[in-house]
Write a protein that binds this ligand. Structure first.
Ligand SMILES: Nc1ncnc2c1ncn2[C@@H]1O[C@H](COP(=O)(O)OP(=O)(O)OP(=O)(O)O)[C@@H](O)[C@H]1O
Ligand SMILES: [Mg+2]
Length: 265
């Protein structure tokens, strides 16, 4: 008997012609994409393209006002971030929603603290152990779990947030510009954990400005421009040069090349 292939299964998330306006501003119109288990869907676009608006709809922060959002094939409207989380959608924002002065382990168990005794006191040892084990499990090295999260590098913080989503059983992991503020080496490390989350069967949504970060790890690419869908491709349908060209847009790319030539010594 043949197993059902990935392509034949119902996507974890599907947006069908989704749209959203803020007052008179159309932030998103007619956007269709899918997020599948064990795949990375990349959302690419310049400033103001609508990337964050799209993920805020998936994360229950905003509601779409046209089109359909389907989770496991069922049309839904997510009314709060809690509801999205309960349905297995974990979102890591650029500021990470962590408490910078709290220790790494305290942040890790935040909202799911293990307790002990009838008074349900925080079980610090167990919390520490949970964090240690989850990080080791993902191959993430942080020597001192007592250190405040604010003292970790940006890349380390992203890695801890990814490990946290994996540990608490997220089905979908949404990352909003996880590599934007990072150098090449740290960006590479974060992308390695994106791949690990994917290989564990999560559906990952990776938002980025950078096609060089998206292409090596992405399975499908959604390009947005001023709220509209510029293109939607599976990896086999597009290569990196073409993805880069589409992102920049023909005329804009030529202008950029011209400018680069002008400033070359
Ligand atoms: N809360 C809001 N109220 C009004 N307009 C908004 C709001 N949030 C976003 N917008 C507008 O919607 C459009 C899309 O914004 P969005 O933040 O989704 O873009 P983005 O692709 O995430 O951009 P960036 O790369 O700068 O993060 C922009 O024109 C923006 O000004
Ligand atoms: Mg944004």
């Amino acid at each position: 008997m043949t197993e059902t292939t990935g392509a034949a299964t119902v996507p974890l998330i599907e947006t069908a012609g989704i749209g959203k306006s803020y007052g008179g501003v159309v932030a998103l119109r007619d956007v269709s994409t899918v997020v599948r288990a064990g795949e990375v869907t990349c959302v690419l676009g310049d400033n103001g393209a609508g990337k964050s608006t799209l993920i805020k709809i998936l994360a229950g922060v905003h509601q779409h006002d046209s089109g359909e959002l389907r989770l496991d094939g069922e049309a839904v409207r997510l009314s709060s971030p809690r509801e999205a989380l309960d349905r297995g959608i974990a979102t890591v924002y650029q500021d990470l929603a962590v408490v910078p002065l709290m220790s790494v382990w305290r942040n890790f168990v935040l909202g799911s603290e293990p307790t002990r005794g009838p008074l349900r006191l925080l079980d610090r040892k167990q919390a520490h152990d949970i964090t240690r084990k989850a990080l080791v499990d993902m191959g993430i090295e942080i020597s001192d779990l007592e250190q405040p999260v604010g003292t970790l590098s940006g890349g380390q913080r992203q890695c801890v947030a990814i490990a946290r989503a994996v540990h608490y059983g997220a089905k979908v992991l949404i990352l909003d510009e996880p590599t934007a503020a990072l150098g090449v080496k740290q960006a590479g490390v974060v992308l390695r954990y994106v791949v690990q989350a994917r290989d564990r069967g999560l559906g990952v949504v990776l938002i980025t400005h950078n096609p060089h970060h998206a292409y090596p790890v992405g399975d499908r690419f959604l390009l947005l421009k001023r709220g509209a869908q510029l293109g939607s491709y599976e990896k086999s349908e597009i290569d990196l040069p073409e993805l880069t060209r589409q992102m920049a847009g023909g005329a804009e790319l030529e202008a950029l090349q011209h400018e680069l030539e002008r400033v070359q010594p």
